[in-house]
Write a protein that binds this ligand. Structure first.
Ligand code: UD1
Length: 331
């Protein structure tokens, strides 16, 4: 039986995809350097600890595990950090992807599903992007991913690879059964940070920017539950296995929530008020980013199961409580 290689499979999104793959009986090998991932998050899948940019390692993994499709998650993802340290992003996200692709071409691995981002659109007119919207990243993170997309499209044109590029909007929530979640230390994601504050692990919650041209002045994003996003990957894999054509697809619900609406949902779910502190805008943040996501439905037959902000918050908060209990046990 052939294997699926999942790079970054010990991370937040990758681990949720690994969980769904193994649940349906796929043979999965994860390569993760565990810089921001967690060994226990890969469950029963095989784990090779190492760097995706290490061509000798990757060539060996592709061959030894008879890999026939790659799901490539391994990346740095924090927008403000990419503004401060762009080469970290071009190195890990772009150069390492180039090396991985070279190994795939050498090994004859033709199928790849690539984790891209809404950040490739930058600040689309009206804050809404479909897949034809011009790509104009406003931060190095978005550019580092767009460069990887370009390599894939060029390889597609050269007849060397079939790909599905998934452009994630704002991924949120955790496994509803509480087995895995978002465990990144020093997290920056709004919902994660809000839940950390809600369980008492942060003293306050900042709103970055209250003077945007949006109804309540705060940034608007399209938050997609990680389980629905993971399902999109399985659909994409099936599509490529059925000889489907290469695709670039937005992953979102097609509607958004402001920072204040997300905070209200967290307050509703946790049952107490949060200590919210208004701050200036954060570098690199667009005011609004919402997906036109009809293509994902039409091309892959994907349907969301968890388009419900309070449900998303409940799963995120439950994981945060689990992490808190774990931390208290260790002391
Ligand atoms: C996230 C992703 C990025 C992706 C983008 C797509 C990560 C780490 N980031 O970035 O990879 O390209 O979605 O849209 O996965 N905010 C606050 N206070 C906080 C944190 C955030 O007000 O403490 C605000 C931000 O200014 C922004 C919104 O909340 O308006 C969402 O921010 P965040 O959760 O950090 O995600 P993005 O920056 O959108």
């Amino acid at each position: 039986m052939k294997s699926i290689l999942v790079t970054g499979g010990a991370g937040y999104i990758g681990s949720h995809v690994v969980q769904q793959l193994t649940a349906r009986g796929e043979r999965v090998v994860v390569v993760d350097n565990l810089v921001s991932g967690f060994r226990e998050a890969v469950g029963s899948a095989g784990l090779v600890v190492g760097n995706v940019g290490d061509q000798a390692l990757m060539a060996r993994v592709l061959q030894e595990h008879q890999v026939d499709a790659v799901l490539h998650f391994a990346a740095h993802t924090v927008v403000p950090e990419s503004v401060r340290d762009p080469l970290k992003y071009y190195g890990n996200n772009t150069c390492n992807t180039r090396n991985l692709l070279a190994c795939c071409v050498d090994a004859g691995v033709r199928r790849i599903i690539f984790s891209s981002t809404a950040a490739v659109y930058g600040m689309p007119v009206g804050g809404i992007a479909d897949e034809q919207t011009p790509t104009q990243p406003i931060n190095p993170y978005g550019m580092s991913k767009l460069m990887s997309e370009t390599m894939l499209r060029d390889l597609g044109t050269a007849g060397a690879m079939d790909y599905v590029i998934l452009r994630y909007f704002n991924v949120a929530g955790c496994d509803p059964q509480g087995r895995i979640g978002q465990s990144t230390p020093n997290a920056t994601l709004l919902l994660k940070v809000a839940c950390e504050h809600a369980v008492g692990r942060r003293g306050q919650l900042f709103i970055f920017g209250t003077d945007y041209d949006t109804p309540d002045g705060t940034g608007i994003r399209d938050y997609i539950h990680v389980v629905d996003l993971a399902t999109a990957h399985l659909r994409a894999l099936d599509h490529l296995r059925n000889q489907g054509e290469s695709l670039t697809l937005n992953c979102g619900y097609g509607h958004g929530y402001s920072v204040r609406e997300v905070i209200d949902a967290v307050q509703r779910v946790c049952g107490h008020a949060l200590n919210v502190v208004e701050q200036p805008r954060r570098a690199g943040d667009p005011p609004m980013l919402i997906a036109r996501a009809d293509e994902l439905r039409q091309r892959l037959g994907w349907e969301p199961a968890h388009d419900d902000l309070d449900f998303t918050v409940r799963t995120a908060l439950a994981w945060e409580r689990h992490l808190l209990a774990q931390a208290m046990d260790q002391h």
